[in-house]
Design a protein around this ligand. Sequence first.
Ligand SMILES: Nc1nc2c(ncn2[C@@H]2O[C@H](COP(=O)(O)OP(=O)(O)O)[C@@H](O)[C@H]2O)c(=O)[nH]1
Ligand SMILES: [Mg+2]
Length: 221
Amino acid sequence: MLKIKQAALAASAVKKEQYPPTGLAQVVLIGRSNAGKSSLINTLVNRKSLARTSSAPGKTRLLNFYRVDGSLDDLPFSCYLVDLPGYGYAKVSRSERMAWLKMIDGLLQSEAPRRCWQLVDIRHQPSVQDIAMHETLRQNGMQPLVIANKADKISRGARAAAVQQIAATLQIPRQQIVVFSAVSREGRDILLQQMAEFLQQQAKEALQQTLPQAANAENPD
Ligand SMILES: Nc1nc2c(ncn2[C@@H]2O[C@H](COP(=O)(O)OP(=O)(O)O)[C@@H](O)[C@H]2O)c(=O)[nH]1
Ligand SMILES: [Mg+2]
């Protein structure tokens, strides 16, 4: 079981030199402005206002690295939740958009174990920008988990169809979508489970990389 003990803002960055120095695993949150990225982080780590939430879209212009410390099956872990500035905000200039793309590209190119979580609004079909972002991530070798957010805003009966619609639009299996709400906290356990699986896989890969060397050191022949 994954337990989060502590969470804190480790760095706000635009470029690589400003990233936190450790190569810890990252869960990167991507979505339109106002999709609920900051709220999701707060819900996940059980803090009211660690990540700033705002009803004025387009305010966060930096990559915010939140360091999370906790335990996974009683063993300590640390990772980052990375809050990306939202896209789809109409009033940005071309140069601002380019700077944004450069910032995201810089993050995705940097070396770290990484998972992407893309937030979409469960009430609407994914936007053109949502689809473009999803495809870009796929082209970069990522398979983003899609979080259908604000589930408290639609009736239980409308959900299956909404999720089906998102799956069809993004051309992904239904299983790649998690229904979530920062208000009802629905879906939180599933996201923690996703995080746990990622970190476990990470630990396994790290071990596999060090084990052959350790074996060689013991048996130099
Ligand atoms: N009803 C509802 N509102 C939400 C949910 N998540 C976020 N919001 C609201 O949506 C707005 C934008 O949320 P925020 O987390 O700042 O989005 P961000 O721009 O993606 O970081 C805020 O007014 C939040 O209170 C949710 O699950 N349900
Ligand atoms: Mg935000």
